[in-house]
Each structure stands twice: as C-alpha cells, then as structure tokens.
Design a protein around this ligand. Structure first.
Ligand SMILES: N[C@@H](CCC(=O)N[C@@H](CS)C(=O)NCC(=O)O)C(=O)O
Length: 222
C-alpha cells in the first residue's frame, strides 16, 4: 500500500500528480504549513527529516522527490509511459539531466529567494530597511543572473521539444514543474522571452491527472 504524506504548497505535489498519472491506488494524508511556513513536527514521526514528500511503502518511508519518482516509475509504470528507455539515448539523457537539474541547480536559488523574502516579512519594522537591503544585495549578487541563465536553458530546451525529455511527457516534467511555478511567482516571467516555458506550464496544468491532483492536494502557489 502506498501512503503519500503531502504538505500544502510544496514539492510533494509532484508525487500526488505522478500517482494520478499512474492511476495508482494510494492513501493520502495532507498537512498544513505552520506559521513559520515550515512543515508540522508530526512529519518527523514518519521520517526524521520531516520534509515533504514522504511516501510510505510497506513500512518504509521514502524521501526525496527525485528518488520517489524513480521508484514509482520502476515499480508502477508498467507501460513505460513516463520515462524514456536507455536505448533512446537523447531522450534518456534529457530526462536524467532535467531530473537532477531541478533539485540540484534551480531549487537552491529559489529557496534562497523565498528565505530572504520571509526574513523581510518577519523583520520588525525598525530593521526592515536593513533586511530589505540585504535581500536586494543577495538577489543581485547571487540569484538574478544565475536564475536567468537557468531559465534561458529551460526556454531553449522547450523551443526545440514539446516536453523536457523530448516529444513525450515524462517524470522530468513533473520534477521541473515546481521550480518553474516558483520562478513564475510574483511579477511572473516575461511572457515574450519565456513563451515556450509558459506554454509548457499551461500544457502541464491541462493534463487530467494534474487537475485531479489539484482537487486532492491544492494548487501550488509561491
Ligand atoms: N530535495 C527534497 C526537498 C524536500 C523539502 O525541502 N521539502 C519542503 C517542501 S517544498 C519541506 O518539507 N519544507 C518544510 C520544512 O522545511 O519544514 C525533495 O525534492 O523532496
């Protein structure tokens, strides 16, 4: 029996969405974030990291969305619909690259941005100008240019491919969904410069399994 522990507005939406794509039989428990925007302590009882997603599989608690996606595809994607086979070299390499790129390269920048936004929000009035100044400094020295380069890479990939791993939708699209939504938060991405990326986002959101996942676990908004 699969049991997904899903935190609202979080990476665990990926797993919810994939379970729906796979038409899998699973149990779902949803958690709210606390006032500090963290996961509730109760998640630590399921896995010591206390982060979402956590997928319980026969007494084992699996973590790391990339690993959970690979696990589910290995065990439940009987028709090999969501991952290119290794003999399709170009698609397999794209799939593997974007699967890793999502958590290893883009998410750290976006999490850094989120943390500094929260620091400004939580700062007492008297030190707000200072915390805003630090956020601006971090944004211009460490985040903006790197993120632009990464978004340009994504846009380039989708100029030439319908999905991140080529012609077919795959687990790599599910893994990439969260950073793209996070990067599009606030003022939103430039609709001309990132037209292909934003069209890809729409295509993801139009999938039937995506819509069911939203009704069960809520839309992801940053
Ligand atoms: N690399 C991990 C990251 C897991 C993670 O940090 N999850 C966040 C949600 S997006 C979380 O649980 N945050 C709550 C907290 O830190 O208390 C993955 O991809 O699963």
């Amino acid at each position: 029996m699969l049991h997904l522990h899903h935190l609202e507005n979080s990476r665990s939406f990926r797993i919810l969405w994939l379970l729906e794509e796979l038409n899998a039989d699973y149990k779902l428990t949803c958690y709210q974030r606390n006032k500090a925007y963290l996961a509730p302590k109760s998640l630590k009882k399921i896995h010591p990291l206390g982060h979402a997603p956590i997928l319980e599989v026969n007494e084992r608690a699996l973590v790391e969305s990339g690993f959970i996606i690979e696990y589910l595809l290995k065990e439940y994607d009987y028709a090999h619909l969501f991952k290119p086979t290794e003999d399709d070299t170009a698609a397999w390499e794209d799939y593997t690259f974007w699967m890793h790129f999502s958590e290893a390269s883009v998410m750290p920048l976006l999490v850094m941005r989120l943390v500094f936004t929260k620091v400004v929000e939580k700062s007492p009035m008297v030190i707000k100008p200072i915390s805003k100044g630090i956020r601006k400094q971090v944004e211009s020295s460490m985040i903006r240019d790197n993120l632009t380069t990464m978004l340009d890479m994504m846009e380039h990939q989708l100029q030439h491919n319908h999905w991140f791993a080529g012609a077919a939708f795959s687990g790599a699209d599910i893994q990439m969904y969260i950073p793209v939504v996070a990067a599009n938060a606030g003022a939103g991405l430039d609709t001309t410069k990132y037209a292909n990326l934003l069209n890809w986002l729409k295509r993801c959101q139009e999938r039937a399994a995506f819509k069911i996942a939203v009704t069960k676990g809520g839309q992801v908004r940053f």
